[in-house]
Design a protein around this ligand. Structure first.
Ligand code: NG1
Length: 552
């Protein structure tokens, strides 16, 4: 199983580049970063950690409802060069940048200023052992979630490493401390574009701190890819986003040349899905910056709450049992409705039938007698009543861990999107598998039909994101329409939405004309040429997942 493999640590450049698909561009970036690290810090880095961004081909906003999604890692990535900082014997340990685990973080991009920070041990006094016994419970690092700051993602990655590996009590003589670290970051994933620069930053940072503290040295006993995904998910929550896990899994587990079907229930599983030949995915940045962390209470986190409450209300209406304190997901509602058992999860074909049924069952969430263009949402009071929970319990289960803001909560529209989108993912996956297995659809005209089918599913997904999940925006709607006019077989937003990128399925021999036509028709691209154009619109191949290079 892909998720059970260890994180690759390369010591040989030839192996590293063959894993990355050996493009010259990669080699140049890795060398430049190592040289720049040496210039700035006066010695070679000890490691470079790499984590790619991802493009989600289909399956939007369903990972946190525990339904499978289908992303692929992209070639664009975050690289972090790092090394232990030697502390001169004469230097007092109290100096901030020489204290245990202190960090000097620099970024090759000049707009991101140098940061110096150090974690502080969080001490608490335990009643049982008396006042004089102070236990160290964990660590504190200041992360500002109100503002978008580059170093927050570095700190978020560091947190998990501190919490998992340096938790011990100071009174324990064997307790080790994290070492002081210098690091230099560079990235080619555009920020706020739906290509998961944030997950790539957090994964790369987690890996850099693990590596530099010697936690990846013993490969036989090292962290698995699945464990790194879980740790990076927890870490990203510290930046204020209750992320579903798709991005971290795609960034960590992907293999070059295939997409990845990632399912989350009952546990994280990832299997490669070969993509049909003759087609390429093109990412186009709408240039609307989606500030997910800052806008979370009316956007991302609100959607998480709406889908969770929708699941409880639906479960009640369908007679599916739910514990009082439980936050049942839309995926679990189908499972319980169909009698799924713990050790025997539904197979794909039963799940597909279940989802077809849910397309009808979900109508019980629709407020009665309201026309299509009327208010289909419910107020906070109505929502609490529909949940069947007393208000204090409701607030405790659904609102105590997250900040949300809305006058109406759209339980019906969100659940309807989630079930239909989850079904589209299974259909997309099956179409790809049929082509690769050379089934009747696998001949030339069959594979054209398959591409058309994939495109149609992508277009349906866009409509559902725009109308039911309301995570699109006018620029994304426009860009996907222009893409279809320019010859895309299908086009949709990718990632959280509200800005960021679209992904379009384009026949390989039409890529150039497609890109030129978008440049000439999407107003914000007017006049862009060469590198400036390839910054905002580019074809991408599926890339391999996160890894570490160790300098010897
Ligand atoms: P972006 O914003 O594209 O990284 C976010 C979530 C995903 C998923 C998508 C919507 C994070 C880190 N990522 O992706 O888990 O829910 O939105 O499909 O929060």
């Amino acid at each position: 199983m892909a998720a059970e493999r260890p994180i690759p640590v390369y010591t040989n450049l030839a192996d590293l580049y063959s894993n990355l698909g050996a493009s010259l561009n990669h080699a140049v970036r890795w060398n430049n970063l190592a040289e720049e690290f040496q210039k700035r810090f006066g010695r070679k880095p000890a490691y470079i950690a790499r984590a790619p961004g991802r493009v989600n081909l289909i399956g939007e906003h369903i990972d946190y409802a525990l339904f499978g999604v289908l992303p692929a890692a992209i070639e664009r990535d975050i690289l972090i060069a790092c090394g232990p900082r030697p502390v001169p014997a004469s230097s007092p340990i109290s100096e901030a940048h020489h204290s245990p685990g202190s960090v000097i973080a620099e970024n090759l991009h000049t707009k991101y200023a140098r940061q110096v920070f150090a974690p502080a041990r969080k001490a608490s006094v335990s009643d049982e052992v008396g006042e004089d016994k102070v236990h160290v419970e964990g660590w504190h690092l200041d992360i500002n979630t109100k503002e978008l700051r580059w170093e927050s993602y570095v700190k978020a990655g560091y947190y998990g490493v501190l919490d998992h590996y340096f938790k011990s009590d100071v009174s324990n003589a064997n307790a080790t401390s994290p070492i002081p670290v210098d690091l230099l970051v560079t990235g080619s994933v555009p920020a706020g574009s739906g290509l998961s620069s944030s997950a790539a930053m957090v994964v790369a940072s987690t890996l850099a701190f693990l590596a530099v503290n010697g936690k990846l040295d013993d490969q036989s006993n090292s962290l698995t890819k699945g464990e790194l995904v879980k740790m990076s998910m927890e870490n990203e929550k510290r930046v204020g986003v209750n992320s579903g896990g798709m991005d971290q899994a795609a960034s960590v587990i992907s293999d070059a040349s295939s997409a990845l079907f990632i399912s989350f229930f009952p546990t994280l599983k990832a299997t490669p899905v070969p993509l049909p030949a003759g087609s390429v995915f093109v990412c186009a940045n709408s240039l609307v910056v989606a500030d997910k962390a800052v806008g979370a209470k009316r956007g991302y986190n609100l959607r998480v709450v709406e889908t969770l409450v929708g699941a409880r209300v639906l479960a009640r209406a369908l007679g599916v049992p739910v514990g009082e304190k439980e936050r049942i997901t839309l995926r679990e509602v189908v499972g319980r409705l169909l009698g799924e058992e713990k050790e025997h999860e539904l197979d794909v074909s039963d799940l597909q039938k279940g989802l077809e049924r849910m397309a009808k069952e979900v109508e019980v969430l629709r407020p009665k007698g309201v026309p299509d263009d009327g208010e289909l949402g419910v107020t906070m009071e109505e929502m609490i009543e529909m949940s069947g929970l007393p208000e204090d319990k409701f607030r405790d289960v659904y609102l105590s861990w997250v900040e949300v803001e809305a006058t109406h909560f759209q339980l019906y529209k969100r659940a309807k999107h989630v079930y239909a989108e989850a079904l589209r993912v299974l259909q997309f996956r099956q179409t790809c598998l049929d082509v690769s297995a050379g089934s009747p659809a696998g001949n030339d005209s069959g594979s054209n039909a398959a591409l058309e089918r994939l495109g149609q599913l992508m277009n349906e997904s866009q409509t559902s994101c725009a109308e039911l999940f309301e995570c699109s925006c006018p620029e994304l709607n426009n860009l996907t329409q222009l893409a279809r006019k320019a010859g895309a077989i299908g086009s949709r937003l990718t990632g959280a939405g509200w800005g960021g990128c679209t992904v379009s399925l384009v026949a390989e021999d039409k890529i150039q004309s497609f890109i030129e036509q978008i440049r000439d028709t999407y107003a914000p691209y007017k006049g862009l040429e060469g590198e400036a154009l390839s910054e905002v619109i580019f074809a991408t191949r599926p890339s391999s997942g996160a890894c570490v290079y160790k300098f010897e």
